[in-house]
Design a protein around this ligand. Structure first.
Ligand SMILES: *Cc1c(COP(=O)(O)O)cnc(C)c1O
Length: 431
């Protein structure tokens, strides 16, 4: 594979940008080698600076459920662009997107637009703390809620990739208000709630974990969290930045029938542009300024280009029942892969919920961060590079989710199946 141009750009990037990237996992740190610089996206494919084409299973880490440059999204952005890029004043587009989110997501009655998933989670916790007048939160090991201070403990995603438990620069006083529990361990949460009675503002959880690789909630885990938090007067926050509009039109809460008090959204809601959102019941959301006293703001929040891209995406997903179809396509694809792996008795565990998929190089089940960390990262790196050589772009870290997109055609998935199976054998044979 020719990658001279990517190499040259990465060298130059390292001169001017810390680590050469604007988000850590992009640097290929855990798989080695040079990150490919992307020149262009085309439906399910990306093309790099050297002209290599890849079938894209990263989908910009989730937002591009319709693939690259979907005509409906491009048209919406172009139309908005003719009117202006930003006003810092209310526009119709943000009301339209807010109304759509309220229509789609079961627990949301009002929604505030922000610019990233990080801001959404930050705001959700501030709301819970501000209303409850309590400081502590419970988060789960391996769950990622963006890079704000309170969440950077065993945070999955890039921090797992780099093997750092937290981050320097986060005050100890802040971290002491973040309590940790293993994912899927309701008993551990019960113990924390008991031990810190009356001090806990919120439990925040990825209803399907995506940032330690895909880890589904065990039967009864989400419902158990709902009952426990309701009884104890604790806010339950679902971080649906990945799962929202992907697992179903109404996200994981619709799929699993559990309603949180607050929901964080991001990724798909911006249709490929930078958007996040936090939503919940009216009484909770109206605590935000200017309706209430809890402060939150953003110069570019509700940006008209981003709102248009988001609305076009959500409309399309709803109209053509894309999440439902994509879940089915993904299940068929993964079942085929699982069957093949079983026949070959390979030490690989596949976790899948809808179009979220992770291949773990381990014999055991993966139900929490400890088990995810137990998978063989070296084998994943070999597998990753073998796929890259063959024109398949997987996430450059074993702790991430593979996203199928609606743009992938049956023949693309057939091609992917062939190459994934060959690369699995190559990685394992190289042992
Ligand atoms: C990506 C992600 C975030 C952070 O969103 P950014 O837009 O990167 O700030 C938060 N929570 C979850 C579950 C995510 O996957």
């Amino acid at each position: 594979m020719q990658n001279d141009r990517s190499k040259a750009w990465f060298e130059k990037a390292q001169k001017f940008i810390p680590g050469g990237v604007n988000s850590p996992v992009r640097a290929f740190g855990s798989v080695g080698g040079t990150p490919v610089f992307i020149q262009k996206g085309d439906g399910p494919f990306i093309i790099d600076a050297d002209g290599n084409r890849y079938l894209d299973f990263v989908s910009s880490w989730g937002p591009l459920i319709l693939g690259h440059r979907h005509p409906v999204v491009v048209k919406a952005i172009q139309k908005a662009l003719e009117r202006g890029t930003s006003f810092g004043a209310p526009t119709e587009a943000e009301v339209a997107l807010a109304a759509k989110v309220v229509e789609l997501v079961p627990s949301i009655e009002k929604v505030r637009m922000v610019n990233s998933g990080t801001e959404a989670a930050m705001t959700a916790v501030r709301l819970a703390r501000g209303i409850s007048n309590k400081d502590k939160i419970i988060k789960f090991e391996g769950c990622y809620h963006g890079h704000s201070d309170s969440f950077l403990m065993k945070a999955g995603s890039g921090t797992a990739t780099l093997g750092i438990p937290g981050s320097p620069g986060v005050p100890k006083s802040l971290v002491s208000d973040t309590l940790l529990a293993p994912y899927n361990d309701l008993t551990a949460v019960e113990s924390l709630v008991e031990a810190f009675k009356g001090q806990i503002a919120a439990v925040i959880v990825e209803p399907v974990a995506g940032n330690m690789g895909t880890v589904p909630p065990k039967e009864g885990f989400l419902k158990g969290l709902r009952e426990l938090t309701r009884q104890a007067g604790i806010f339950l926050i679902f971080d649906e930045v990945i799962t929202g509009f992907r697992l179903s039109n109404g996200g994981a809460q619709e799929l699993f029938g559990v309603q949180p008090d607050l929901t964080c959204l991001g990724k798909i809601i911006g249709g490929g542009l930078p958007v996040g959102a936090v939503g919940g019941r009216c009484d909770v959301m109206d605590a935000l300024a200017p309706a209430g006293t809890i402060y939150q703001a953003g110069t570019l929040s509700g940006n008209p280009l981003a709102m248009s891209a988001g609305l076009a995406t959500l409309d399309y997903l709803q109209k053509y029942r894309i999440p439902l179809k994509l879940n089915e396509t993904s299940t068929i694809f993964v079942a085929r892969l699982k069957k093949w792996i079983h026949q070959k008795s390979l030490p690989v565990t596949i976790n899948q919920v809808g179009s979220m998929v992770t291949l773990f190089f381990t014999n055991t089940a993966v139900e929490n961060f400890k088990q995810a960390s137990g998978a063989d990262a070296g084998l994943y790196a070999k597998f990753f590079h073998s796929l890259l050589e063959k024109g398949i772009y997987f996430p450059p870290s074993p702790f991430e989710t593979v996203f199928l997109s609606h743009a992938m055609q049956p023949e693309d998935l057939d091609m992917a199946f062939d190459k994934i199976t060959v690369s699995l054998l190559e990685a394992l044979r190289a042992e």
